[in-house]
Design a binder for this molecule. Structure first.
Ligand code: BGC
Length: 883
């Protein structure tokens, strides 16, 4: 009997299993189909997508060496079949059907033939849905409270309206943006999990809109849509210690809720006169720089009809083309101290950016104050001088006695330490009272670097933390003081490293879009993007306009980044030309080789930054970057097959290089007409500004200068990113390693020896023997010197892109065995899949392991004398001599 029942139950189970197995045997489950389908710059099934003619990318299964043909099929609101196309291209393949319209949905799939001509079968489908692509799609109006903004602080506004739902809803989308920062709620539930939306763009010219799927968030009958609106970068205090309202004085909201009912009818709820608003609520103030104050006792009261404006303004309204800021990680408290009575300092063990979430006992009517700091004073109290005018202080006044939980909305801090004061008398703080909430643009980590050297690994970690903390919607110089701006020079030097650590393709493209609209009519690029300083003209900063597009192109293979920015590059080079006399740029101004250690230059009455600009003349830097940008422009023209421009700008670059060489070098390769600096030699070699036969001699002079500096750097923001690579490329990898492993000031390990957990603005922002550097400019989270990360990936571990075959379609494996290292390893998720270069040395023998993704090739350069070897997709292991 028992057996019988077992059989009865057992047999149908087998049948069921087989049936499932049979129906799901697709190309995908066999692992033969393409996978990881994305549109645009790596978007997985996006809604609110921005591009009416998307580009498609996919990855091939590991067993495939090469794609020989593909076929894409698109269905949905538009349909298109590419037919079989003989091509090995598997990323950024353009759609060639009728352009999609706002709200359209598309489904697509792809199949390919491999190197044996075998058809893979169809992939699983992927989807995309467009957002609202133009101003004409909006029937919403800009709304804001009709009340005066209270003059104190930066209060948040609340806006709301009720509406009825009486049909079954099939789908619903909300499209939303703000002049300011918003958080949206539907029936009391937060819509999405984004922070600081809509982000920081050149608001008066370009506003990002967000799209959310809110289908499941309604109830029958009365529904409520509410928004909280912060002043943010738009209307709050920004930048520096200046007054509020750089972009506009009144924060405003634009929202459009579109409902499709099950019966096919549609309803739209938009921001308009039917809304009401108030400033009278618990968030008394919330400021990017100064922190947030919450009085939980306050109800939201004083509702009044809003002011509504149907003029949507001149700014382009387009779907946000990259991921918003989100909570990415939580850090736990490591230790608690009480350096002053009643002030408890929680140490998170890591300098980070975001805010503190607190869960603490509170007393009714009492205010708890949270202060933040990146470093501590010798007596254990917070060191906050380097925040300058940014108050970075949160307060919470409790409505009840008991445990409260709270975090802010529209502010962020750069900190490792959180100080709580105002706790109930006798409270014994616990570690779980404070959590460090790490916020940054929600980019995917794609790379990792590891080695046998603890400090080098710490350096990698510090670089990654520097990137997290400064990729808060735009690439910033620093995340903590009253600055936090999109400094172009810093971004330009850090770009390649950033692209190893995180998939920042879309992030850079969006920021470049702000750069394009902010370029000055004469071609200059503002020093910060979005422009907010009315300052431009600095060589090495402005050239972000050429260098970043090129960086992104080389590392992704996406030609559109060159096409989109070509006109901007041309205008910049045109500006240099307009400044030039016989190819030289004698009158260039700017930041020089910013923060060069031991400058000879001293502050003067009319230039308080003279000592910060270093000793390399700005006229020399101007000509060097003019030549470099012209060269990139010529190279970009060649890629875009704009032959006439390629020739013209190539000639221009050659002419400027010649002028540079003639003016600044004598035939013996020694610098003339300018003081000898490491940076002048480094840039002359790195940018190929001097003839090959002179290079060796110039290099000998650089080596001499390094020797005179006792083997140390004397380079600032512009020279440092290149010096190690130049030493290596010119045949002195030993000196390159010496600089990297240097322990004394100025060097990468020097800051680590002083306790750094992020990159610092200055090598000695703090030192154990001398204490803190000049607080007027002393960031402990400044990624510029993190640019060394590129060389760590490309040479120490040995995984480098090939600019001639971009996007890692072909790449180099060229590990540099040496110095104190016994192993190193870099892994990168390329557009084709995972690539790896790792090496381990044991008993004088080196094992090199390599992974080459499907549809790519790699050339391996060995440390011993054997010739380089080019291999196709696969896994390889080589045993070689140390060399
Ligand atoms: C920023 C830098 C920036 C520099 C310009 C500083 O205030 O923090 O990183 O590049 O100014 O010289």
């Amino acid at each position: 009997m028992t057996n019988m029942r077992f059989r009865e139950l057992y047999i149908p189970a087998i049948v069921f299993t087989i049936a499932v197995a049979l129906t799901s045997v697709t190309a995908q489950s066999r692992g033969t189909a393409a996978h990881s389908l994305t549109v645009g710059e790596g978007f997985v099934d996006p809604i609110g997508f921005y591009d009416r003619s998307p580009v498609f990318s996919w990855k091939l299964p590991a067993s495939v060496k090469k794609q020989t043909a593909y076929r894409i099929e698109v269905s949905g609101d538009k349909s298109w079949d590419s037919g079989w196309v003989e091509s090995d291209r598997s990323s950024f393949v353009p759609y060639d059907g009728k352009p999609f319209a706002s709200r359209d949905r598309g489904e697509w799939r792809v199949r390919f033939r491999d190197e044996k001509g075998k058809d893979s079968g169809w992939s699983e489908p992927a989807h995309f849905e467009l957002g609202l692509l133009s101003v004409a799609d909006w029937s919403a109006k800009w709304i804001r409270p009709s009340q005066e903004i209270p003059s104190e602080g930066e209060p948040a506004a609340w806006l709301r309206r009720g509406f009825n739902v009486d049909k079954k809803i099939a789908s619903a989308r909300v499209y939303v943006t703000a002049r300011g920062l918003f958080e949206l709620h539907l029936n009391g539930i937060r819509v999405g999990n984004d922070h600081f939306a809509n982000g920081l763009t050149s608001y008066t010219k370009r506003l990002d809109t967000l799209t959310y799927d809110v289908t499941g968030m309604f109830r029958d009958g009365g529904n409520k849509i509410e928004a909280m609106l912060g002043m943010g970068w738009y209307a709050g205090r920004f930048p520096f210690a200046r007054r509020k309202g750089y972009y506009g004085t009144n924060p405003e909201l634009l929202v459009q809720l579109e409902i499709t009912n099950a019966d096919g009818s549609r309803e739209t709820i938009v921001s308009n006169e039917q809304w009401e608003a108030t400033f009278d609520g618990p968030v008394i103030s919330s400021s990017i720089y100064d922190g947030e104050s919450c009085d939980a006792r306050k109800e939201i009261t004083g509702w009044k009809p809003v002011l509504a404006n149907s003029d949507l303004g001149a700014a382009e309204l387009t779907p946000k083309p990259f991921a918003p800021v989100r909570e990415k990680e939580r850090l736990a408290v490591q230790s608690i101290t009480e350096p002053e009575p009643g002030r408890f300092v929680f140490d998170l063990g890591q300098n980070m950016v975001g805010w503190a979430r607190i869960r603490i006992p509170a007393e009714k009517d009492k205010t708890v104050t949270l202060r933040f700091a990146e470093m501590l004073n010798a007596n254990g109290t917070l060191y906050t001088e380097n925040y300058r005018s940014a108050k970075s202080t949160d307060t919470y006044t409790s409505a009840t006695t008991g445990t409260i939980e709270w975090e802010p909305h529209f502010t962020f801090h750069g900190f490792r330490y959180v100080e709580l004061s105002g706790l109930p008398a006798g409270a014994k703080p616990q570690k779980d009272w404070v959590t460090g909430v790490v916020l940054h643009s929600d980019l995917h980590a794609i790379g990792s670097f590891e080695s046998s050297h603890e400090k080098l690994n710490r350096l990698q970690s510090n670089i990654v933390w520097g990137q997290r903390g400064n990729f808060v919607d735009i690439p910033t110089d620093c995340p903590q003081r009253d600055e936090r701006l999109g400094w172009t020079g810093d971004a330009q030097v850090f770009g390649p490293t950033a692209m190893f650590n995180y998939d920042s393709h879309a992030f850079w493209k969006s920021w470049l879009a702000s750069m394009r609209v902010d370029q000055l009519p004469d071609g200059q690029i503002p020093s910060v993007i979005p422009e907010s300083m009315r300052n431009a003209g600095s060589p090495g900063w402005m050239d972000a306009a050429t260098i970043i597009p090129w960086t992104v192109y080389v590392r992704t293979g996406d030609e559109s980044v060159l096409a989109d920015n070509f006109a901007m590059m041309e205008k910049l080079v045109g500006w240099y030309r307009s400044q030039s006399v016989d190819g030289l740029t004698p009158n260039t101004k700017g930041y020089g080789d910013w923060l060069q250690p031991y400058p000879k230059a001293v502050k003067t009455a009319d230039d308080s930054n003279a000592d910060r600009r270093g000793d390399t003349p700005r006229s020399l830097l101007g000509t060097a970057f003019y030549a470099h940008s012209a060269q990139i422009l010529a190279d970009s023209a060649r890629v875009l097959k704009r032959d006439a421009e390629a020739k013209r700008y190539g000639d221009e670059a050659a002419f400027v290089k010649q002028a540079f060489f003639k003016n600044y070098f004598d035939a013996s390769g020694k610098l003339q007409n300018a003081p000898e600096t490491q940076t002048a030699y480094v840039l002359a070699i790195a940018f190929d500004l001097i003839p090959n036969d002179v290079k060796e001699k110039a290099f000998a002079n650089l080596v001499r200068l390094i020797g005179e500096a006792d083997g140390h750097l004397r380079t600032g923001f512009l020279g440092t990113p290149h010096i190690v690579k130049v030493l290596d490329d010119m045949g002195r990898p030993d000196l390159a390693y010496d600089l990297l492993f240097k322990e004394t000031y100025p060097s990468w390990f020097y800051s680590i020896n002083q306790g750094a957990t992020t990159m610092w603005e200055r090598w000695n922002s703090y030192s154990r023997d001398k204490g803190f550097g000049d607080a007027s400019m002393n960031s402990f989270n400044h990624y510029a010197y993190g640019a060394i990360g590129q060389w760590m990936y490309e040479r120490v571990a040995g995984l480098a892109p090939d600019p001639a075959v971009p996007g890692y379609k072909h790449f180099f494996v060229r590990p540099l065995i040496g110095s104190q290292l016994t192993s190193a390893r870099a892994e990168l998720e390329t557009p084709y899949g995972k690539a790896l270069s790792s090496w381990v040395m044991k008993n004088g023998k080196v094992t090199i392991n390599v992974v080459v993704p499907p549809n790519t090739t790699a050339t391996i350069e060995f440390p011993d004398k054997r010739p380089p070897q080019t291999v196709g997709a696969g896994k390889y292991s080589f045993r070689v001599n140390r060399g």
